[in-house]
Design a protein around this ligand. Structure first.
Ligand code: AHG
Ligand code: MN
Ligand code: MN
Length: 339
């Protein structure tokens, strides 16, 4: 029997990426700091009721959503960890109305960090997996230029790194710096994230879908047709049975799809017709689309590749169809046919 090779820590992986010329020292520091902050969030999530972190914060965010204590705490942890290191030009968060500037006392760097500090908030109080999603862009600021909203409004294809964590039975960090997607598992004894899977690949075909079916009556025609055909299974035009899962934490649903294939859908619907979807483009859809494409999958908003969308607002919402390539192509074709 061959001896299993010891998994390498995130720090070593990042140094090797730097030596290979795929990331620079500043981006390495950024990812290290985000990972360290996420360990802090994982610790708070794990403590649960014992840490006094469950329940509502009694406040709301700019999206009009009630904030949980853990939404607020995770946001604070990420901002405090990242503002002083000199690797960022600015930050943006689901929980902050406007972008966050680096305090004058601290040095500035070349990157912008955007995040959903705690994804799956509705699952916090019921002990179901939640996570953090993050996206990294270059600020492209010239010397002396003041940081503005427009610097953040770049299409997702310009991301230089993206990742998410899952605070679940184990704490995972899934990362891409544009050369495939990798999984790191937190070793709670040593406190290191260890590389447990390289080169994630999403199977092109699937028999599993994820959607909140309680919204069915609000869906538009292409969605009605697509899901009706999935539900007909072997007896319908698809000729095979499909299974369904919906965790209601995007991190957990997307992680399952990265692990064994599937399609994740949050469509635009008539429930809130003025909103082009529920999920946010810049810190939910873009980083997930980046990782999914790096793993050989696809991500669209029904008609366009997510990563090509030029954002107009920091908290812009978008419809999301992502996962197994052939399945995303089918549902995207149904939307094109309906146009
Ligand atoms: P957040 O907790 O950051 O606001 O995001 C929740 C999102 C996403 O994680 C999940 O896929 C979706 O909302 C669930 O929505 P429903 O409750 O409508 O099913
Ligand atoms: Mn979210
Ligand atoms: Mn959130």
């Amino acid at each position: 029997m061959s001896t299993p090779t010891k998994p390498i820590p995130l720090s070593r992986f990042l140094i090797e990426e730097q030596h290979a010329g795929r990331i620079n020292a500043e981006l390495r520091l950024l990812i290290e700091v985000v990972a360290r902050a996420c360990k802090g969030i994982a610790h708070a999530v794990n403590k649960g009721a014992l840490g006094g972190v469950l329940g509502d914060a009694g406040t709301g965010n700019v999206q009009g959503e009630a904030q949980k204590k853990l939404d607020v705490l995770s946001n604070e942890i990420l901002i405090e960890a990242n503002e002083w290191g000199g690797h960022l030009a600015g930050l943006a968060s689901e929980e902050e109305e406007t972008f966050v500037e680096i305090p004058h006392a601290y040095p500035r760097g070349e990157y912008l960090l955007l995040f959903d500090p705690l994804d799956g908030s509705s699952n916090i109080d019921v002990d179901i997996s939640v996570g953090t999603i993050f996206s990294v862009l270059r600020s492209n600021l010239s010397a002396g230029e003041k940081l503005e909203n427009k610097h953040f409004l770049q299409p997702g294809k310009q991301q230089v790194a993206a990742g998410y964590t899952v605070y679940g039975p184990s704490t995972l960090l899934v990362l891409s710096v544009g050369h495939g997607a990798l999984v790191f598992t937190l070793d709670r004894e040593t406190g290191s994230f260890l590389l447990t899977q390289r080169d994630l690949r999403i199977p092109a075909d699937t028999r599993e879908f994820a959607i909140n079916v309680s919204n069915q009556r609000h869906w538009f025609a292409p969605m009605q047709k697509y899901v009706a055909e999935l539900l007909q299974g072997k007896d319908g035009p698809r000729g095979k049975d499909f299974n369904m899962r919906w965790v209601a934490s995007m991190v957990a649903d997307v992680h399952r799809i990265l692990s064994r294939g599937g399609i994740f859908i949050y469509p635009r619907d008539r429930k809130e017709p003025d909103k082009p979807g529920k999920l946010r483009l810049m810190y939910e859809a873009n980083p997930m689309a980046f990782i999914v494409e790096q793993a050989g999958g696809a991500a669209t908003d029904g008609t366009r590749r997510i990563l090509d969308i030029v954002p107009e607002k920091l908290h812009q919402r978008v419809a999301v169809f992502l996962g197994s390539k052939n399945e995303v192509e089918i549902v995207t074709r149904y939307h094109h046919d309906a146009e």
